[in-house]
Each structure stands twice: as structure tokens, then as C-alpha cells.
Design a protein around this ligand. Structure first.
Ligand code: HEM
Length: 518
């Protein structure tokens, strides 16, 4: 018993001695190493400064399902109002939010200007935009039609190869210059269509449908090099099918992305709808391409260059050429239609702005003349009105990226591979970034002091993955706005309603178009 006590005491003493020696060695090492190497060892408090993705605030997350429950029926937000959900979440949680997709994969949303700029500036050779998983999944299941998931959804070297081969003709200023007379004609036909669509009170109901037809006709004309009659009084069955399938494609993508992604396990209704719309789109575009191919052999006009350049691209499978045309048409219709409605709505709500556009364009291009490149170059106020509409109501209000390297923000460390949504649209409404941010004031863009803000006012995205349709859309918006303001006094009663269908989309828009008395 005495012996046991003795050994216990010896053991205790040894422990105390070892602890003291360890502390002493630590102290000496810290002092010596600190003195001679100049390396600063962070204190425990300093080490804790960095927080991880898991610390970012956001809605409560469920195992496996993550935070997608917030869009379920009777829960916090509506699936067709995702834009309002983000507004509310930024108010609740601050400038950085964590959501979780299926299997608890984090998705980080940010609206801080500095963060947005750093992410967009860091992009390397192959910037990664998270693919639309529904489209990618479907296309992989149809090797008979697709060799890859397409320009919009591919990554890395395959994306770079598609981008290099498919976009130069579309983005070339020469193509856009050559297309100018055609856009003048398209704008005249659009004016004619909406003029005839007015009721006795000069109201055009569901104006967005006409703008989508304009998006469809002009994108098809640019890409396929011929007119399709989507602006004729009677809309053809093909136009209706094409417009419907693009709408249901966006809607189904939205449900499959933000809703419960059960489609990964079983073919849900949303997935089946998506497949049906993708099939319809494929069949319609195939018909159009085939008929355009026959015409192509009989004609040799210049406007066909985008189509011809795609068809003549060497080392590209025919399936890729058809897929590219589908992607261009699908990418162009609703984006262009929505943007046109938002622009005209803002102009309608600001008669003083409208008057200034009218005066500028009447001075530059008198009645009866076409709008030329020189007119547009001089129409600085008209262009400012378009930039300001992109700032205030962009149809694509956020840019998605996968981080290529680590980023630190507000004491959080986000590792490479993190999925981030950059909410440029909401950042544009922040008073810290723009004075009088929620007002439509085109004049701000005429002020030399206003920063151009290419990372905030970025309706077409940014960097190497930027929208290849930008130049064409710029041209079209300018000519359509100029010609509409010349012909009509545009008015709108009440507030424009919007929904989110993967894009910010106008609904039930009734415009009043009074003939201008010159
Ligand atoms: C107002 C009309 C349009 C808007 C607002 C718009 C917006 C955008 C945005 C935000 C992106 C993503 C860019 C990024 O991640 O940095 C994009 C990509 C794309 N857009 Fe557009 N777009 C429009 C019209 C068009 C048109 C007319 C076409 C084709 C003729 C087109 C074809 C594409 C393609 C192919 C991509 C994918 C590019 C890539 O990943 O390399 N877009 N667009």
C-alpha cells in the first residue's frame, strides 16, 4: 500500500516536471524562432479569425436536402419569385449567404462589389460557370444528337474549342455592321406588328409575347441568315411551338434547379417537361436548319455568314453544329424579349427621358431615313438609356462561377471549387455603389465621373465566358428603341409584374402606344 502511494506520487511529480519542461521549451522555441526568423506565429485568437464556408449565415439546412426546402409549397419563398427571395435573404443575413443544394453542396451568394470584382478578375484560361445540370444530364443521355453538353454548359478544353470555333463570326464587328440594314427592317416590321395589335384604346395586351417574337425572329435571322415570318400578323404554328418550348425549357430548368432535384433519382414531371421541350426545340431547329441548308445551296448573300461559318467549321462534328444553333436560338429569344420589355417599360414610365430620346434621334436621323452606324455612334443619350435599363432591370441578374483559387472575404475563406452566385443586379441597387440607385437616371452615364462599372453593370456577364450575342443585342436594342420612340408615345399604366423563370421575366405587360403627332 505504502509502495503504491510512493509510485503514485513519483508519477504525479514526473507529469508536473514534463509539463513544465514542455512549457519552457515552447517558450524558448517561440522566442528563439520568433527572434531569428522574423516569422509571426499567429496567436490562437488570430488563428480563429478565418471562418469557413460552414460559418456563412443562411437558411437552416436539412440533411441531404440542404436549403432547397425554402422554395417548397407553404414554405418561405415562391419558386417563381427567386429574385425576391434573394432580396429578403440579403436583408436577413447580410452581404454573403450560404444556401445548400442537394447532398448539402454549398452555394454562396454575394452582392459585395469588391468580392464580385475579385472573382471576375481571377478567372483564368477556362473560367468555370456551373453547368445547367438538367441540360447536361439530358444531352449526355443522347449521344445520337450531342457529342458534348454544348457551349453554354461545357467546361475546360472542350468549351475553349467550341468557343474558338463557333463564336468569332457572331462576335465580329464586321458581321454586326453587315446586319444593320436587316435590323432596320426587323424594327420596322416590329413597329408594324405592334401598331396593328393595339385595341381601341391603343393598348397592346401581353406585350411581352410580341417582344419574344421579335427576339425569335431577329436571332433566327442573324444565326440562320433568313427571315422566318415570326413578325407576320398571323403567327405560324412553328413560331408558337418554338416560343412555347423555350418558355417551358426555362421553367423546367428553374424547377429542376431550385426545387427538389428528385429528377436525379426518378424522371419527375419537371424533368419530363424539360425533355419534351428540349426534344421539341431540337426537332424544330432541325427543320429550320434543314430548310435553311436547302436555301443556302441556292443563294449566296452576305447576311448568312454566321450560319455559313458554323456549317463550314472544320473539325467539328455535324451534331455540334446543330447543337450550337439550338443553343444560340434558345439563348437569344427570351433574354432579348425580356430585355426589350424592361427597357421600354422604364422609358414609358419616364416621359421626360422619352422626349430627350425623341429629340436626339429626330435630329440625327430625320423621318423616313434608316438608322445608320454613324447615327448610333452619335446617339449618346439613347445608349445611356439602354445602359441604365441594364443597371436597373437586368433579365440575368446574377453571374455564376466556380472559384478557381481561394478567396478571402469578410474573414471567410472560400476554397477553390466553391460555387458562387454574384448578384450584380442587387449590387447595382445598392446606394454604396450608385447614388440614387433605385431611380432611372440615364444622365448618370453621361457624367464623366460615373465609373463605367463593367463588373457591376454586367447584363451579359464578364470575361472569357461573356455572352457572344452582346454586340448583336446592343445593336438591336438601339435601333428598336430609336424607331419605336420615333413612331409612338409609349405609356404604361401601373407597375410591371415580374416572375423568375431562370431569368427575370415580365408578365401580363399592357403597353399603351399612341401614334406620335409630328
Ligand atoms: C438581351 C439579350 C441577352 C442577354 C441579357 C444575355 C445574357 C447572357 C449572360 C449573362 C451569359 C453568361 C455570361 C457569363 O457567365 O459571364 C450569357 C451567355 C451566353 N449567351 Fe447570352 N444573352 C443575351 C442574348 C444572347 C444571344 C442573342 C445569343 C446568341 C445569338 C446568346 C448566346 C449566349 C451563349 C452561347 C452563351 C454562353 C457563352 C459561354 O459560356 O461561352 N445570348 N448570355
Amino acid at each position: 500500500m505504502v509502495q503504491k502511494n510512493f509510485w503514485t506520487k513519483i508519477g504525479g511529480a514526473c507529469c508536473i516536471v514534463v509539463a513544465c519542461i514542455t512549457a519552457l521549451v515552447k517558450l524558448v522555441l517561440k522566442y528563439v524562432v520568433g527572434t531569428y526568423s522574423n516569422v509571426e506565429y499567429p496567436s490562437e485568437a488570430q488563428q480563429k479569425i478565418y471562418k469557413t464556408i460552414a460559418d456563412i449565415p443562411g437558411p437552416r439546412s436539412l440533411p441531404v436536402f440542404g436549403t432547397r426546402w425554402i422554395y417548397w409549397k407553404f414554405c418561405l419563398y415562391k419558386l417563381n419569385a427567386v429574385h425576391l427571395a434573394y432580396e429578403d435573404m440579403f436583408n436577413r443575413y447580410g452581404d454573403i449567404i450560404r444556401e445548400e443544394a442537394l447532398w448539402n453542396i454549398p452555394v454562396i451568394s454575394v452582392k459585395n462589389r469588391d468580392f464580385i470584382e475579385r472573382v471576375l478578375r481571377q478567372s483564368g484560361k477556362y473560367p468555370i460557370r456551373p453547368p445547367n445540370e438538367v441540360t447536361a444530364n439530358y444531352r449526355k443521355s443522347r449521344p445520337d444528337r450531342y457529342t458534348n453538353t454544348g457551349l453554354v454548359n461545357e467546361q475546360g478544353e472542350v468549351w475553349a474549342m467550341l468557343r474558338n470555333k463557333l463564336t468569332p463570326e457572331l462576335t465580329s464587328p464586321r458581321t454586326i455592321r453587315r446586319f444593320l440594314p436587316e435590323v432596320n427592317q426587323l424594327a420596322d416590321d416590329f413597329n408594324n406588328l405592334i401598331s396593328l395589335a393595339r385595341d381601341g384604346n391603343n393598348v397592346v395586351k401581353e406585350f411581352e409575347a410580341y417582344c419574344n417574337r421579335m427576339g425569335l425572329e431577329s436571332t433566327c435571322t442573324l444565326i440562320l441568315g433568313r427571315r422566318f415570318g415570326f413578325l407576320d400578323g398571323e403567327i405560324s404554328e412553328t413560331a408558337t411551338r418554338l416560343a412555347d418550348s423555350v418558355t417551358s425549357q426555362f421553367r423546367a430548368s428553374q424547377e429542376a434547379f431550385y426545387g427538389l432535384p428528385l429528377w436525379k433519382l426518378i424522371p419527375t414531371k419537371a424533368y419530363k417537361d424539360f425533355v419534351a421541350s428540349e426534344d421539341a426545340l431540337y426537332n424544330i431547329v432541325s427543320e429550320i436548319v434543314d430548310s435553311a441548308l436547302i436555301d443556302e445551296q441556292q443563294s449566296c448573300t452576305d447576311v448568312r455568314s454566321v450560319f455559313v461559318s458554323i456549317l463550314q467549321t472544320s473539325e467539328l462534328d455535324n451534331r455540334d453544329k446543330k447543337a450550337a444553333i439550338i443553343d444560340y436560338i434558345a439563348a437569344g429569344i427570351k433574354t432579348l424579349g425580356n430585355t426589350l420589355v424592361f427597357l421600354l417599360y422604364l422609358v414609358a414610365k419616364h416621359p421626360e427621358v422619352q422626349e430627350k430620346i425623341y429629340n436626339e434621334i429626330s435630329r440625327l436621323a430625320p423621318a423616313g431615313t434608316s438608322v445608320t452606324a454613324e447615327h448610333l455612334h452619335k446617339a449618346t443619350y439613347l445608349r445611356a438609356c439602354i445602359t441604365e435599363a441594364h443597371r436597373l432591370k437586368p433579365t440575368a441578374p446574377c453571374i455564376a462561377r466556380v472559384l478557381e483559387s481561394e478567396i478571402e472575404y469578410d474573414n471567410y475563406r472560400l476554397p477553390p471549387g466553391s460555387v458562387v452566385l454574384l448578384h450584380t443586379g442587387l449590387a447595382c441597387l445598392d446606394e454604396n455603389n450608385f447614388k440614387d440607385a433605385t431611380s432611372y437616371r440615364p444622365e448618370r452615364w453621361l457624367d464623366e465621373l460615373t465609373k463605367k462599372s463593367p463588373f457591376l453593370v454586367a447584363p451579359f456577364g464578364c470575361g472569357k465566358r461573356m455572352c457572344p450575342g452582346k454586340r448583336f443585342v446592343d445593336l438591336e436594342l438601339q435601333i428598336v428603341l430609336a424607331k419605336m420612340v420615333k413612331q409612338f408615345e409609349i405609356d404604361f399604366e401601373g407597375q410591371l409584374k415580374t416572375e423568375f423563370e431562370f431569368l427575370l421575366t415580365p408578365v401580363d405587360s399592357n403597353f399603351i402606344l399612341r401614334d406620335r403627332i409630328c
